[in-house]
Design a protein around this ligand. Structure first.
Ligand code: ZN
Length: 231
């Protein structure tokens, strides 16, 4: 079974929980999903960049709590460790952002494909709604033994993900969740998850990207939530 771990589960304004970022190790490769401001120091402490010969980074969107560590990770890996990280984000604008931060293009490999494979995992980028001015993507990850969905930041869940999960084809959903519904949405309100998913299926929905502590409420309603391993 796929084994996804978390370096952080907080929102942009809750840095003490660490920026929401997931990773898994596969055949000695590190696969990281998002690289917010707090992520480089975590990776550095855990020596994950050193210990994995190949590094793949999937980016959901370019808010700084999701890409703020990217320049340091690229520079450190290239200049200190002598490796190039492989980055996946469906828009070339990421290279322009990195240009502005002084990151030379030969220091990393950027793929803008929406469908790609990392080893035995097939990955599909799905366009999702979060903020109007930047492209945001959720990712379907098809491991050999399970298909999962990782939302990035989003206030919607794509139809194919909802249907796939209800049909049992998608085993887990990792979803950006906010406790309360607001007039202007940018994250998925808990009430929306409650209306979409029956109680008996909620244990396979892992909420993440917390602005505040409402874990007890999530548990009461049958949802799961991501936990960060101590380093
Ligand atoms: Zn965001």
């Amino acid at each position: 079974m796929e084994r996804i771990r978390f370096l952080g589960c907080g929102s942009a304004f809750n840095p003490l929980l660490g920026n929401t970022s997931a990773y898994f190790i596969m055949e000695d490769s590190l696969v990281l999903i998002d690289a917010g401001e707090t992520v480089f120091s975590k990776l550095y402490k855990m020596k994950l960049l050193e210990s994995c010969p190949e590094i793949f980074i999937i980016i959901t969107h370019t808010h700084s709590d999701h890409v703020g560590s990217l320049p340091s990770i690229i520079s450190y890996t290239y200049y200190v460790l002598g490796k190039r990280v492989n980055i996946f984000y469906p828009e070339k604008s990421l290279a322009v952002l990195l240009d502005m931060m002084g990151i030379v293009r030969e220091a990393y490999v950027l793929s803008v494909d929406r469908d790609f494979c990392i080893g035995s995992v097939a990955v599909h980028a799905l366009s999702v709604k979060h903020e109007e001015n930047i492209g945001c993507y959720g990712y379907l990850l098809e491991f050999p033994d399970a298909k999962i969905y990782y939302s990035g930041d989003s206030y919607e869940i794509p139809d194919r993900v909802i249907k796939g999960f209800l049909a049992g084809e998608i085993k887990k959903i990792y979803q950006d969740t906010t406790e309360y519904e607001t007039e202007r949405l940018s994250h998925c309100p808990l009430s929306m998850l409650e209306s979409l998913f029956p109680v008996q299926m909620r244990k396979n929905i892992y909420c993440m990207h917390f602005s505040n502590d409402f874990m007890k409420k999530l548990e009461e309603k049958g949802f799961n939530y991501v936990k960060v391993e101590e380093t």
